[in-house]
Design a protein around this ligand. Structure first.
Ligand code: SF4
Ligand code: SF4
Length: 480
């Protein structure tokens, strides 16, 4: 009987969805190899960072603490208030451009190595599944077997552990917003006393459990916008995981180490397909479903080792490199992303280096630009002081002409220090006045906000405006 060639997953259809639209569960086979080990080490480090960051104090606060109760954000010793949210624009755009830059250079390395979805799914949830239900073959068999006491026990234990892990991840996430002591206080008291965080935990745990126990790779394939963007971000010189078609084709089964001179190096063993967590066949070319996990590299390298052939039939390379064309690192998109990244970094660094613990605005009052009464010429302003620190502060205001030789100048409305509560603001009127006889025309005034130590916290220069001095003097002479 003639042997038919084994069919791999089709490029035309999602490997995880059946013809009738039903979900096909992927059970990736285990892999061993250099990238598997490195990814595991990276995952352990990333999970350790995620768990430990809320515990590590820097300047008296957790290293990363989004203190929603006080609208303050503590990032590695720097404290930003809600008034500094505009800095978040640089943070978000900086992260986006970094991701674009890394993607243009290394394809979906983020997805395969550092994305929380991959890290938790592959290195926590699948490990639990592997431990309780066995390897891929055993798991598939268990899927198809009838519900026995053993299956019920294995599946039940797995789902209880999944729920516990989902709840732990959700609690750690919450600790970034309420701190570890805050979280402990909530855990040790009735949920009714903290119903909002409790609802958050219930929803987050439910979503994480649903995602990691059932939805899994569908998140990467269907929902994640970054996956959709990759075709726009990479080009033929980006480093991706690819199959060397020139070397591998025509593929065909081989017996032992003996090489058929008519065949390429791919022995069509399907190991690369069996280990793929999204169920695709990388030999059909770069696909949107590929999350760059490198499982297929390790699997194929093992096959090549066994056959005594060089590794790298599936490898990290650019599409140009796989096609035997010259590889380029410096390309227009790399230059563009680098320039945007550098601009973003410079602007963010300057903004952060000029960060002030207070904000001070001075705005001329609406209406007449100046007022003249029997004794003086006046300009009226509104002063707004925002205290961005965690303690209440006392500020004093001083104003003096920025030009020499101006007499008879004074300010009204800021005789005593003003107390501004932590993260609060005060809006007060400020009147600048000069005696009628001393007025000789407009002049600049330097207005300074002093903190409790008497040092200048912030300053502005405003223009003192008055009537035309010649007409004013003539009027003064005419009306003694
Ligand atoms: S693991 Fe390597 S040899 Fe086996 S089918 Fe995949 S590409 Fe071919
Ligand atoms: S094709 Fe390879 S790198 Fe891509 S998801 Fe599958 S196993 Fe991972």
């Amino acid at each position: 009987m003639k042997k038919t060639r084994r069919q791999g997953p089709s490029r035309e259809r999602l490997a995880t969805v059946g013809e009738d639209g039903s979900r096909l569960v992927v059970h990736p086979a285990d892999t061993r190899g250099r990238f598997t080990v490195l990814r595991r080490v990276a995952a352990v480090l990333l999970i350790a960072v995620y768990v430990l960051l809320p515990w590590i104090p820097v300047n008296g606060y957790p290293a990363v603490f989004f203190d929603l109760a006080n609208l303050r954000f503590h990032l590695f010793g720097a404290t930003l208030s809600v008034h500094d949210l505009w800095l978040g624009f640089f943070l978000i755009t900086g992260l986006a451009f970094s991701l674009f830059f890394v993607t243009a250079l290394f394809g979906r390395i983020w997805c395969g190595w550092a994305c929380p979805q991959t890290v938790f799914l592959e290195h926590v949830f699948r490990r639990i599944e592997r431990f309780l239900e066995g390897d891929a073959v055993a798991r598939k068999r268990l899927d198809q077997s009838p519900w026995t006491a053993e299956k019920f026990l294995r599946r039940g234990t797995k789902h209880v552990l999944f729920l516990v892990c989902a709840a732990l991840i959700a609690h750690i996430l919450l600790s970034y917003f309420v701190s570890i002591p805050g979280l402990w206080g909530m855990i040790t008291h009735s949920p009714l006393e903290h119903w909002r965080p409790f609802v958050f935990i219930v929803i987050a745990t439910g979503l994480l459990y649903f995602n990691f126990s059932w939805f899994r790779e569908q998140l990467c394939i269907i929902i994640c916008p970054y996956g959709r963007l990759q075709s726009a971000l990479i080009d033929d010189d980006s480093i991706v995981i690819g199959y060397d078609e020139k070397r591998g084709e025509p593929r065909g089964r081989t017996h032992g180490r003996e090489r058929d001179p008519h065949l390429g190096d791919c022995v069509d063993c399907f190991r690369c397909v069996q280990v793929c967590p999204t169920g695709i066949d990388i030999r059909q070319g770069l696909q949107l479903e590929c999350i760059g996990c490198a499982n297929c590299i390790d699997a194929c390298d093992k096959v090549m080792d066994r056959l005594g052939r060089p590794r790298g039939l599936i490898r990290y390379d650019s599409l140009n490199g796989l096609a035997g064309k010259p590889r380029r690192i410096l390309r227009p998109r790399i230059i563009l992303y680098t320039v945007l990244l550098v601009i973003g970094l410079v602007v963010a660094s300057v903004s952060i280096s000029r960060y002030e613990p207070a904000t001070f605005n001075i705005v001329r009052l609406q209406g007449a630009a100046y007022y003249v009464d029997e004794t003086s010429v006046r300009n009226q302003f509104t002063v707004r002081v925002i205290n961005k620190t965690m303690e209440s502060q006392r500020y004093t205001l001083e104003a003096r002409p920025a030009a020499d030789g101006i007499e008879g100048f004074s300010i009204v409305g800021w005789d005593a220090p003003v107390t501004v509560e932590a993260n609060g603001e005060v809006v007060r009127p400020l009147v600048l006045r000069i005696a009628r006889g001393a007025y000789n025309g407009g002049f600049p005034v330097r207005v300074e906000l002093h903190d409790e130590g008497g040092t200048v916290a912030l300053s502005h220069t405003v223009e003192f405006i008055g009537p035309d001095p010649r007409l004013f003097k003539a009027h003064e002479k005419a009306v003694p």
